[in-house]
Design a protein around this ligand. Structure first.
Ligand code: ATP
Length: 257
C-alpha cells in the first residue's frame, strides 16, 4: 500500500510571511503581502477568498511554480528558494502533487500513461503496483486504457489526482479541483480527497471559493488582499451553511474594522 512521506518527516508545508509583487500598468500589485500558513501531516486545509485575494498565487508559490519576493516556502523542511532549477524540478516531482481545475491531462495518452508520466522508470515493478493500487482505489480500473477524451470530467479529475500521487508526494495541492464539475461529481471528488486524508494520512491544500467544497477540509484559511484574514475550523461538520456563514462573518468583520 502507498505510504505517505509526510508522517515521519518535517512538517509537510510551512509558508512564512510570503510576499509576491507583480508590476501592473505602472504600479505594483501585492498579490501576496506577508501570508503565512502551516500544514500538519494528515491535515486538509482549504484556502478561500474573493477573486484577486491571492489564492492561486499562494498555491503556485507553494508548488515552487513562481519565485517569491520575500518570506519562505518550506516543503518537508526544504526552502524552495534554495534549490536551483534542476534540483527544484526533481524536488517538486518527489514532494509536490498538483491538481488543476482543467485536469491538464495529455489527450494523446491513455489514462494509465498519463498517470505514469511523472514517475521515474527506475521504480520498475514498484511503479506497476502503485499504478494498480491507484486505479483500484479510485474505481477507474475499467477506464485504464481510455484516452482523456473518452472519460467524463469526474473521471479525468480522478486520473489527474492519481497522476499527482504517483510519486507519493509529501503534500497534494489542488487549485479549484471541482471548478469544472457538476455538484454531484464535485462532491465525489471531495469525498475522494477526504478519503486520502482519513485513510492514507495525506496532507492536502485546496483552493476553492465554494463553501460546500471547503467544508470537506479540517481548516479554512481565508485570504483578503494577499493577507491572512481569518482561520475557520470546520470541526468535521460538513455543513455548507455554517461554512458560508463563518466566511461571510470573517469578510464582514473586516469590512466593519
Ligand atoms: N502573472 C501575473 N501578473 C500580474 N498580476 C498578477 C499575476 N498573477 C496574479 N496577479 C494579480 O495578483 C492578484 C492575486 O491574483 P490571484 O490569481 O492569486 O487571485 P485569486 O484569489 O486566485 O483570484 P481568482 O479567484 O479570481 O482566481 C490579482 O490582483 C491579480 O491580478
Amino acid at each position: 500500500m502507498l505510504q505517505t512521506k509526510s508522517s515521519s518527516q518535517a512538517i509537510p508545508l510551512d509558508v512564512q510571511q510570503v510576499v509576491k509583487k507583480y508590476p501592473q500598468g505602472g504600479t505594483v500589485v501585492h498579490a501576496l503581502d506577508g501570508v503565512s500558513l502551516s500544514v500538519e501531516p494528515g491535515e486538509f486545509v482549504a484556502i478561500m477568498g474573493a477573486s484577486g485575494s491571492g489564492k492561486s498565487t499562494l498555491l503556485h508559490a507553494m508548488a515552487g511554480l513562481i519565485d517569491v519576493d520575500a518570506g519562505r516556502v518550506l516543503v518537508a523542511g526544504q526552502d524552495l528558494s534554495q534549490l536551483a532549477d534542476g534540483p527544484l524540478t526533481r524536488f517538486r516531482r518527489d514532494n509536490l502533487g498538483i491538481v488543476f481545475q482543467a485536469y491538464n491531462l495529455i489527450p494523446s495518452l491513455s489514462a494509465e500513461d498519463n498517470i505514469r508520466l511523472p514517475a521515474p522508470k527506475s521504480l520498475g515493478k514498484q511503479l506497476d503496483a502503485t499504478v494498480d493500487e491507484l486505479f483500484e482505489r479510485f474505481g477507474m480500473t475499467a477506464r485504464r486504457h481510455h484516452k482523456p477524451g473518452a472519460l467524463s470530467g469526474g473521471e479525468q479529475q480522478r486520473i489527474a489526482i492519481a497522476r499527482a500521487l504517483i510519486c507519493n508526494p509529501t503534500i497534494l495541492l489542488a487549485d479549484e479541483p471541482t471548478g469544472s464539475l457538476d455538484s454531484v461529481t464535485g462532491t465525489q471528488i471531495c469525498e475522494l480527497l477526504r478519503d486520502l486524508v482519513d485513510n492514507q494520512g495525506r496532507s492536502i491544500v485546496m483552493v476553492t471559493h465554494e463553501p460546500h467544497v471547503a467544508m470537506w477540509a479540517d481548516r479554512i484559511c481565508v485570504l483578503k488582499d494577499g493577507t491572512n484574514l481569518a482561520e475557520l475550523q470546520t470541526d468535521g461538520r460538513r455543513d455548507p451553511q455554517t461554512v458560508a456563514q463563518q466566511y461571510q462573518e470573517a469578510l464582514g468583520a473586516e469590512t466593519v474594522a
